[in-house]
Design a protein around this ligand. Sequence first.
Ligand SMILES: O=C(O)c1ccc[n+]([C@@H]2O[C@H](COP(=O)([O-])O)[C@@H](O)[C@H]2O)c1
Ligand SMILES: Cc1cc2nc[nH]c2cc1C
Length: 340
Amino acid sequence: MTDTPETQAALREMLDRAPEPDADAIAAARARNGQLTKPPGALGRLEELAIWYAGWRADPRPRIAKPQALVFAGNHGVVARGVSAFPAEVTVQMVANFEAGGAAINQLCKAAGADLSVHAIDLDRPTADFTQGPAMSEADLMEAIAIGWEAVDPGADLLITGEMGIGNTTSAAAIAHALFGGTAGDWTGRGTGVDDAGLALKTTVVAEALVANPTAASDPLEALRCLGGRELAAMAGAIAHARVLRIPVVLDGFICTAAAATLDRAVPGALDHAVAGHLSAEHAHAPMLAALGKTPILSLDMRLGEGTGAALAIQILKGALVCHSGMASFAEAGVAAGQP
Ligand SMILES: O=C(O)c1ccc[n+]([C@@H]2O[C@H](COP(=O)([O-])O)[C@@H](O)[C@H]2O)c1
Ligand SMILES: Cc1cc2nc[nH]c2cc1C
């Protein structure tokens, strides 16, 4: 177990020192890919995904055997501003649903063979309304990051992080606005389904959030503290620990990606171990992924969160790895190779 970072500076330093993927495994996986019984490139993006995964696992012929899914839940003071189509109590109610096995993420993790755990973080202590000042103190931020960091199973060979938190698309939009600029309207969407008036109000709230938190635009981890929520901070903590442990990560939707983006902007390369599982229907997810240089694996118009898009993408990655690691070479199968 790696020591849990106790300060923003310690987290930054651990990401700075995090190991790179294994160059020999990448070279060997690339060579193997070139010998498999298929026309070159015929498995499309599955081929690059398999080679990417091989590098992070330092194994030219790996399989996915122990995927882990972490779902974090948090409540947001900004909900009092009327930014969600649902009331805040849905967060705790959905946590009960996760624990009873009744949510979409439960079914999708079962189908993907992923070990799911749910971490509700101080639901009776919402973050402060970030239109009035920082959402979290430094201590609250680091405590939530630690919960995510410590939830990662060092024996896992793939990680997905999901979230549940009424109001958290407002938080994610504010973070994106702080990290990537533009206007509040560029990053604000309907979330669980606010109407036109709700969207206009939410856009104003996102703009106010940046005015109330002037340090957020110049420091990505401050953006997470000032504009984030506990579940976003926990996802960032888990994704950062996975980077240190060289566990590949599949990102989920808009909120997960916003949390992860704070790491990338704090330390370039901090998300090299992560792929985008899907493209959310929340319109600002596409420009956020583009800014991070990530192409989503799936695009199914989903906007549920919980880790559901990432859980589905596990099955695509498993497909990539069973082909890469299980297929015969031209020589083994006695199949004539094509022109070089
Ligand atoms: O993952 C996404 O892209 C996504 C897009 C829209 C909404 N959500 C989920 O909806 C909740 C937040 O929506 P809202 O409208 O309350 O901000 C939260 O629990 C998220 O998991 C998730
Ligand atoms: C019912 C419901 C389920 C969710 N799962 C993730 N976010 C959600 C938001 C709502 C409203």
